[in-house]
Design a protein around this ligand. Structure first.
Ligand code: FES
Length: 348
């Protein structure tokens, strides 16, 4: 798949990878704020760091003087990271005013992004937020009075159930993003945060993406249409969701128990070369290729000898700077998890 990027996106990407003056690829030593978002296993990850000129008495007046990023991802992920840095440098931003930069500002700076790449701009905004929280913790600034979500703490405390297994995203996080980014369909969710973008099994599962959309937007419209019944509706919706989540949780515990039993017995029965081949094919076709396809990539298994799987990356993944990382951190990790922990992946 060939993405239609704007000239600005292509130019920023080329400038960044060539290390042109004024670009920001890199890492600040001893930064005042550093944040991360995404994961290499999911195909996109960003580490964002900044330095401030510290105000003598009021940390809220610290001014950001330097910004850098390390981004693992496609053209639009790198260009979005550059756009974020450029937007911060356009003004004398404090960490708090920088937080007003949204993923839409990033996409606008790039003269637009393909719908399927909106998640790249969201990643920049999230990494910035995480870095500002880091700065606040170091400088002793309480962000709560400024209405800022304590995202990093939320993640640590986020005991929400993982709804999208392929991208390890919980219902707490997905719910927050549906509201924040005004997402109204599963496609919107996938474009913005990738959830649902691989195997698709979270789309209509109990407590899955469609249920979250129905719960959130159904509840809001019922609230606005019928104030007198709103409390009951909210309670019902929450009860329904809790019931669904409970049953999902119980079934996932059952599943886990079963899978533990299966794993135990699997370990006892070593897979034959034929079975390994079949399982590798299954994981590649059901999980890995759909995930790569979201970034215009693909792969094929060329051969399997004992525990070595010879793979060829194709499409946008072929020749991509992150190809080796993709093979090691995504393909090999998934095959180890799902087929055999001794599997090694070799690129051909
Ligand atoms: S579980 Fe969400 S895409 Fe696979």
């Amino acid at each position: 798949m060939v993405w239609q990027y704007s000239n600005k996106t292509k130019q920023l990407f080329m400038d960044a990878v060539q290390g042109k003056a004024g670009t920001h690829l890199g890492e600040i030593q001893n930064p005042d704020g550093t944040g991360e978002h995404g994961s290499i296993a999911c195909g996109d990850a960003m580490r964002f760091s900044f330095r401030v000129k510290k105000h003598d008495s009021d940390p809220l007046q610290d001014i950001i003087t330097e910004v850098k990023y390390l981004t693992f991802g496609c053209t639009s992920a790198i260009a979005s990271s550059e756009a974020l840095c450029a937007l911060i440098e356009q003004k004398q931003h404090t960490p708090l005013t920088a937080l007003k930069i949204t993923n839409k500002d990033i996409a606008d700076y790039l003269d637009g992004l393909p719908d399927q790449k909106i998640h790249c701009s969201v990643m920049g905004a999230e990494a910035l937020e995480d870095a500002v929280i880091d700065w606040a913790q170091k400088r002793g600034v309480n962000l709560k009075p400024y209405g800022i979500n304590i995202h990093r703490q939320n993640l640590e405390e986020d005991h929400g159930k993982v709804i999208c297994q392929c991208f390890s995203l919980t219902n707490t996080y997905i719910r927050k993003k549906i509201i924040e980014l005004n997402l109204h369909s599963i496609t919107d969710i996938t474009n913005a945060i990738k959830a649902g973008g691989a195997c698709g099994s979270c789309h209509h599962s109990p407590g899955g993406l469609q249920d979250l959309l129905d719960e959130i937007w159904g509840r809001i419209s019922e609230n606005s249409n019928n104030n007198s019944n709103s409390n009951n509706n909210i309670k019902n919706n929450i009860n329904n969701t809790q019931a669904k989540e409970k049953s999902m949780s119980e079934s996932s515990i059952d599943k886990n128990n079963n899978s533990t039993e299966n794993t135990d017995s699997d370990n006892k029965t070593k897979l034959s070369p034929y079975q390994i081949g079949k399982k590798v094919e299954e994981v590649v076709n059901q999980k890995i290729r759909p995930a790569l396809a979201r970034d215009g990539g693909d792969m094929e298994v060329v051969d399997i000898k004992e525990n070595i799987v010879y793979c060829r990356l194709m499409g946008a993944c072929r020749g991509c700077m992150g190809a080796t990382m993709t093979l090691k951190m995504m393909v090999e990790r998934l095959l180890k998890e799902e087929v055999d922990e001794n599997i090694k992946v070799i690129s051909v």
